[in-house]
Each structure stands twice: as C-alpha cells, then as structure tokens.
Design a protein around this ligand. Structure first.
Ligand SMILES: Cc1cc2nc3c(=O)[nH]c(=O)nc-3n(C[C@H](O)[C@H](O)[C@H](O)COP(=O)(O)OP(=O)(O)OC[C@H]3O[C@@H](n4cnc5c(N)ncnc54)[C@H](O)[C@@H]3O)c2cc1C
Length: 404
C-alpha cells in the first residue's frame, strides 16, 4: 500500500536530521529513514575527536532548542573541546529523539519515479510515495581508494572508513596514506594503540589548521562561526548563495582551499616522533608473504603489515545504490555531482540532494555539519513555497465549482 507524503528524507545523519526536523516544524508531512548517526559510529575511529570547532558543530540552527548548548543544559554535562566523537553521536541521537521520535530505521533500497511523484522503497519492499525526496545519505559509498592498492585484499589494505576501532592494529606495522585530518588522527591513534606507524603524503609538509585565533577580537574578523576554509575565505564560504553566483573558477579555488588537507593543531602534542614521509607517493604495492611491499616514487621500499588509505572521498551519485538508473540518468550532473537549484532540487522534479553532493552548487560549507542550518532553511523555504502555490492552484480550481 502506498501513501503520498510531502517529503521523504533518506538518511539520518546531521543533514537528514536537520532538514527533516525543519520541514516538520514548517508543517510538512515528512518521514525520515536511516540509522541515526550511523556513519559516525561505523566509519570513524570511536576514540577520535571532531575537527570542527564548537560553533561549527550544531545540527541545524545554533540558536534553536536543539543546539549543542541546549544538549549540554538538558543533560547537565559539559562536552569536551575538541568535541569527542562519542559526545557528538550522543548529541545527534538526542536531537533525533526530540525532533523525530518516529524516525524509520529501515534502509531505503530504491528511489524511483512513480507518475508525478517519487517512490521510495524500504528494505522490506514497502513503497512510500512522496512529492519530494531529500537524499541525505552521506559519503560512505564514496570512499576513494587509489588504484595502486586495488590488487590487495582488505586484510592488507583498507580505507579509513572501514574502521571504527583501530585497536586491532596493536603491534603491527602500518603505513597511513594521506596528509589530512583523517590520516594524522588515525596515525596518532594507531600509535597510541601500539602500532608501528609511518605516514606517507604527497604534500611537501603537513599543514596545521587552527593556528589563527577563532575567538577574541580578531577571530570573528578572520573566520565565520562555521569555520570552513582559511582566514577571510571562511566568510565567503559561509554564504553559499553568494558562492553560487561567482565565476566557476573562483568557486573551484574557494573549494580547493577550503578542503585542502590539514590536521587540527590540537593533535600536534600527540604527534611525538611519528615518522612522516612527505613529497612521496606509492607507485607499486604488492603482497609478499602475508605482508605488503610498497615502492615509492623515489625508488625506496617499505614492507608493512597493513596500508591504511586515509585518502578521502570522491562524490559520484552513481555510487548511491538506491537511485534507480532511469532516475539517475535524468539528474543533471557535473563530475558526478548534481546541479541543484537554490532549494537543493535537482533536474528531476522533487528530487533533492543535501550534504557533500551539494558542494558543486553551494560550495564547501555543504561538506560539513556547519552547512546543515543553511540546507535545512533553503529546502524548507522552497518546499513551503511550492506547497502554498499548489494549494492556491487547487483552491482556484475549486472556486468556480462553489460558484455554480
Ligand atoms: C573521519 C571523519 C571525520 C569528520 N569530522 C567532521 C567534523 O569534525 N565536523 C564536520 O562538520 N564534518 C566532519 N566530517 C564530515 C562529515 O562526514 C559530514 O559533516 C557529515 O557526516 C555530513 O552529514 P550527512 O548527514 O550528510 O551524512 P552522514 O553523517 O554520513 O549521514 C548519512 C546517513 O544516511 C544514512 N543512509 C545512507 N544510505 C541510506 C539508505 N539507503 N537508507 C537509509 N539511510 C541511509 C546513513 O545510515 C547515515 O545515517 C568528517 C568526516 C570523516 C570521514
């Protein structure tokens, strides 16, 4: 049996929760699917801390009754700075329980067109029809694994997204590939768990993020509270409606600089004598006697027990397994990312994308929790407007009838 809803939200991470709660507050008949905060519990080391600062880590509106401060007040706790992952997960679950207690934990297996509407099929084959679908399914399927490691089995080479616990690497030799927060924090955690670690990165040096002040008199002049991107650029990135009007070359440069690899300064004291090899990449990787032998572009070699690819994520909508091919074919895309209107709608009527897939249309803010407020506001505005236009049209059709 199927029923027509105003919106279905696919995904219960920060974006899905923010958008669904905002739509519901605006009176929409909305249903949200997904396991709350599952990316954060299943694909990140449980003992890591958030890279985003406090002011950039609220789900939705930071002034609302569901901010981090409201969570602290209600629970009578003071969260750490940086925010421990477990505290952030608890915050997300609290948000969900308060705003969306009827959340549906089933996985969505298919989104397809159905007449004038969209049809969402849940894991038990129940079909739900909606005028709008908001895809807030995150980045898990987009983990980027460099080709050079393709021939290695998962026990010898894995992506950072494959681990929620790095303790099993105790006593093993691990090479971490990458120079971003994930690479450096994973390397630090691996060492703290007793692994022997080397980081190999292409960059000429490790970039630290967080040197310039975010607080006091000067901080707010340099950085927006959303804190995405370097000083001053942060203020531009915080205004996605402005970003989308800029020439593509400027948008690309702002995104490149805002997403450039770097590690949070608070990790530095934990670095110790971590071995880091810079300006190098792996050109060959082969399995040998239960271990991996790597050859680098300077001809040197390493033999280790495991390669951890902290090599980030590359968005490509084709990797969302639930998008029906006929639907996907009609989504206008550039480099795998959808082209979205100001209300996050794609070229398929009613089909919206929020979070990382929205970076092409709104800039790098949408890659982070700090973008949830903006996304929720814009999606809600657009759907509310469309709903009142539809109601006016329906009334206009009814009126001649009542006059008869
Ligand atoms: C190691 C690491 C650390 C990070 N640290 C930070 C940080 O400190 N601050 C920050 O702002 N950002 C951080 N990020 C980026 C972070 O991933 C995004 O900010 C955030 O996850 C975006 O939220 P989201 O709701 O788009 O996606 P997600 O949090 O990934 O949520 C997606 C949700 O969709 C659900 N889902 C997926 N497919 C389906 C389906 N078919 N049916 C039903 N549900 C589905 C999933 O179960 C999940 O709950 C980090 C990323 C990584 C990899």
């Amino acid at each position: 049996m199927s029923r027509m809803l105003d919106a279905v939200v696919v995904g219960a991470g920060p974006y899905g929760l923010a958008v669904a709660s905002s739509l519901r507050e605006a009176g929409a008949n909305v249903r949200v699917f997904g396991e709350p905060m599952s990316f954060w519990t299943q694909h990140m080391p449980h003992d890591m801390c958030l890279r985003s600062i406090w002011s950039a880590s609220h789900i939705g509106d930071p002034r609302s009754s569901r901010s981090l401060a409201a969570f602290e007040r209600e629970k009578g706790v003071v969260l750490g700075r940086p925010i421990p992952l477990s505290d952030f997960v608890a915050y997300g679950r609290w948000f969900q329980a308060r705003a969306l207690p009827d959340l549906d934990r089933r996985t969505v297996t298919r989104v397809e067109t159905h007449g004038d509407a969209l049809r969402v099929v849940a894991s038990d084959d129940e079909a739900i029809d909606a005028r709008n679908v908001v895809v807030a399914a995150g980045i898990a399927p987009f983990a980027a694994r460099p080709d050079v490691f393709r021939g290695l089995p998962p026990e010898l080479a894995s992506h950072s997204a494959d681990h929620a616990d790095l303790a099993p690497f105790a006593g093993r030799r691990v090479v971490v590939i990458g120079g971003g927060q994930s690479a450096i924090e994973s390397a630090v955690l691996l060492r703290e768990h007793g692994a022997e670690v080397e980081v190999i990165m292409r960059a000429p040096r490790l970039q630290w993020v967080g040197r310039a002040p975010r607080e006091g008199l000067i901080g707010p002049l340099l950085f927006d509270r959303t804190d995405v991107g370097p000083a001053l650029i942060s203020h531009l990135v915080a205004h996605p409606m402005l970003v989308r009007t800029l020439p593509r070359a400027i948008q690309r440069e702002a995104t490149r600089r805002a997403l450039a690899p770097g590690a949070s300064l608070w990790l530095r004291p934990r670095l110790g004598d971590l071995v880091m090899t810079v300006r190098r990449s792996v050109v060959e990787a082969a399995r040998r006697d239960g271990a991996v032998t790597l050859r680098l572009d300077d001809g040197s070699t390493r033999t280790v027990d495991h390669v951890l690819m902290a090599t980030g994520y590359r968005v490509d909508l084709r990797r969302y397994p639930f998008l029906a091919p006929e639907l996907l074919a009609r989504v206008r895309r550039v480099d795998g990312l959808p082209v979205l209107d100001p209300g996050f709608a794609s070229s398929v009527r009613g089909l919206h994308f929020v979070g990382a897939p929205a970076v092409y249309s709104f800039g790098p803010l949408l890659r982070f929790v700090a973008g949830t407020e903006f996304a929720a506001r814009r999606v809600t505005m657009a759907m509310t407007r469309a709903r009142s236009t539809r109601r006016e049209a329906e009334r206009a059709v009814e009126l001649p009838g009542t006059a008869n």
